[in-house]
Design a protein around this ligand. Sequence first.
Ligand code: GUN
Length: 296
Amino acid sequence: MSRATLIDGKAFAAKIRQQVAAAVTQLQQQHQLQPGLAVVLVGADPASQIYVRNKAKQTLETGMHSIEHRLPADTSQTELLELIEQLNADSAIHGILVQLPVPRQIDADVVINAIDPNKDVDGFHIKNTGKLWSGIPGLIPCTPLGCMMMLRDTIPEGLVGKHAVVVGRSNIVGKPISALLLREHCTVSIAHSRTKDLPGLCREADILVAAVGRAEMIKGDWVRKGATVIDVGINRIDAGNGKTRLTGDVEFAAAVQHAAAITPVPGGVGPMTIACLLRNTITAACLQTGYANPME
Ligand code: GUN
């Protein structure tokens, strides 16, 4: 039986980081502009700490200005909003990201919507969400942006008319990627935990996007022969030998026998998220200054 092509997100992300670094050089040489990204972490969630560290490291590697704000877990919403105001007003900062989840005393929606929409490199602000669904240019959430780049690269005949099934309806991935697929003229089904006959719906997908956050929930035989599978899940599970391992939302070993192309976990979608965050910081810097975006 033929095995799917593995979509190499690690190599793809490295290419984007190179393009970002070239864009930073060009903006500096032509306009003396150094794009800057501020990342805010409230509390000490171990996974979030790793993400934030990687974001700051990769930002610096591209030549951008990077600042990190690590606030205690008991930070009040008012204190966080004061910091956001300060960053909104700081002309050296073009992108602001508040790592999610935030502690319970803080309303994530209030915080996200306090960020200047032109500095909202996560693309989560209600203005950017509205622009995305209305087809108006704006900042696009990083993980869906990365998934779309990989899909365009993997499906040379284009996405027009393909049936895309998105499993998961989160604001971070499921909903925005559905809007992006629709914009590319796919027929989009958004499935979730209450969808009837989920296996049957998945088997109709030319493009299957799994973003449910449940390890190997999408079984290999739910994947139609020749489909392209984008697995957004990153789940840590028991490997049975006293160790743990990372796995996606798709049962990879079986799905790889059915799909034409599939993203592995790790090394698929994951590395694209930070690369697209860096790309969005360039986009945001150009939006704020009015300079032409070297990446477009
Ligand atoms: N937590 C998990 N994914 C994300 C993301 O894309 N952005 C932010 N801000 N927090 C996250």
